[in-house]
Design a protein around this ligand. Structure first.
Ligand SMILES: *Cc1c(COP(=O)(O)O)cnc(C)c1O
Length: 441
């Protein structure tokens, strides 16, 4: 029984649940898609807040540049390249142009979490520093790199629950500023991520259970300490805002490449989805800028389709994949989430175009192909977006979507959002690539 109904009844009401239970690939289109303008008018997040987040990141840029020298070339702005991947396009055999947004190569923590996670740490640091009376927002934030400020920050702690990458971004940034950081890691988190954090003085607590448990315990422990800021991946608006800024940056990158986005020449963006904050935030930003000319899809592993389940049933966080006997076991550790964020689900339910699932094997196959053809090395989660390109152009559900929106394939600019990979140790990356090659045989 789930929420008073037999699983059998659920499957009758929502045939997609039957497929998800069988771990089949699904492709769900959103029938509740509304005009972007209408939705944004009523939204709890305004465009001004996105701009405010962007300005906060700019205030921190001099500090970031100083303490993370790898950001020197971008003047302390944490951003990733947008890369045209023609060889993949040929392999996928599609008509639209194909790009990869390489958040895998974001400085500092090598994943999309370098957007939201780092942003929330910086926001907290700014609040603390301003409250101390030693920082004004007009100051050069380089001064935060000092014993004075590290001493102030050391009186506070930051905690987070994570499948790995969020912990990495918050741990690295928090420890650098001088905070005490505790990361509650789910069972699926990779050993090297825990080792790396411990080497930076971060307190890592490991759980035998999955992400939801790690978050729950983290939240509970943090609530006992009034100087502890808990970064709540399931509910945080601040985290979400950090992700939205990606859209302002992407707009510029598209302009630099002379790519003009219109209704007839739309942008299609495919975002790997765990709890939903990263993809939801990026999408929200993109919708705020490009409106109905951008079409966004979430990508999930067949073993962890929490967002698809929440959206299709409109029950969001009221249901989890385990309720339906789906095990939430996947090699795509960034996506190993059984229950979606309710905040994000409700925020995106009328603007996300759809959601789909793919197998871990398919992610490994794309991983090997991307490495071989484009020389770009990604972690399994980061490949989930690639499948969307094929689905939209070559699957009958995708074709029906294009027809309904009167879109010609050759006019599409596809972006697969590559969400992580650059920090994966070389030997582990070689294992990933070999696994994909084996599957291709
Ligand atoms: C966290 C993560 C995602 C998804 O972000 P959510 O906010 O959990 O939805 C996707 N890919 C990778 C590599 C991640 O680490």
């Amino acid at each position: 029984m789930v929420l008073g109904k037999e699983i059998k009844e659920w499957k009758e009401e929502f045939p997609i649940i039957e497929k998800m239970c069988n771990l089949e690939d699904v492709f769900w289109l959103n029938e509740n898609l509304l005009s972007t303008e209408e939705v944004l008018k009523k939204s709890v997040i305004s465009f001004d807040e996105i701009v405010d987040a962007s300005e906060r990141l700019e205030r921190f840029s001099s500090y970031i540049e100083k303490v993370f020298p790898e950001t020197k070339i971008s003047k302390g702005i944490i951003e990733s390249p947008l890369v045209k991947i023609d060889k993949m396009k040929n392999l996928l055999d599609v008509e639209g142009e194909v790009y990869l947004k390489c958040d895998s190569h974001l400085p500092i923590s090598g994943s999309i979490k370098a957007r939201g996670g780092i942003y929330e740490v910086l926001k907290f640091a700014e609040d603390v520093a301003i409250k101390s009376g030693k920082l004004k927002i007009t100051d050069n934030y380089e001064i935060l790199d000092s014993e004075d400020f590290r001493k102030i920050f050391s009186q506070y702690s930051i905690a987070v629950g994570s499948t790995g990458n969020l912990g990495l971004s918050i741990g690295i940034m928090g420890a650098k500023l001088g905070f005490k950081v505790t990361v509650h890691m789910s069972a699926d988190a990779r050993q090297w991520k825990k080792d790396m954090l411990r080497s930076k003085g971060v307190n890592v607590i490991e759980y035998k259970e999955d992400y939801s448990k790690a978050v729950e315990e983290g939240r509970k422990q943090a609530s006992l300490d009034k100087n502890c800021h808990f970064i709540d991946d399931e509910n945080s608006k601040t985290l979400f805002l950090g992700y939205t800024v990606a859209a302002l940056r992407l707009k510029k990158q598209l302009e630099e490449k002379n790519i003009v986005i219109t209704k007839e020449n739309p942008l299609f963006v495919y975002l790997p989805c765990g709890v939903g904050g990263g993809p939801g935030g990026v999408m929200f930003g993109l919708k705020s800028i490009f409106g109905d000319s951008v079409h966004c899809f979430f990508a999930e592993p067949t073993h962890s389709p929490c967002m698809t389940l929440g959206l299709a049933t409109k029950l969001h966080d009221k249901v989890c994949v385990q309720d339906f006997g789906i095990d939430n076991k996947t090699a795509a550790d960034g996506l190993a989430v059984g229950r979606a964020s309710s905040f994000v689900g409700r925020c995106v339910e009328n603007i996300v175009s759809g959601s789909y699932t793919l197998s871990d094997e398919q992610m490994y196959i794309y991983l090997a192909q991307m490495a071989d053809l484009e020389n770009i090395y990604l972690e399994p989660s980061a490949l989930a977006g690639v499948k969307g390109i094929e689905l939209i152009e070559k699957d009958k559900v995708g074709e029906s979507y294009l027809k309904a929106h009167n879109i010609k394939k050759e006019n599409i600019t596809h972006i697969a959002w590559a969400t992580g990979g650059n920090m994966v140790p070389r030997d582990i990356m070689n294992e990933y690539v070999n696994k994909g090659k084996e599957l291709l045989k």
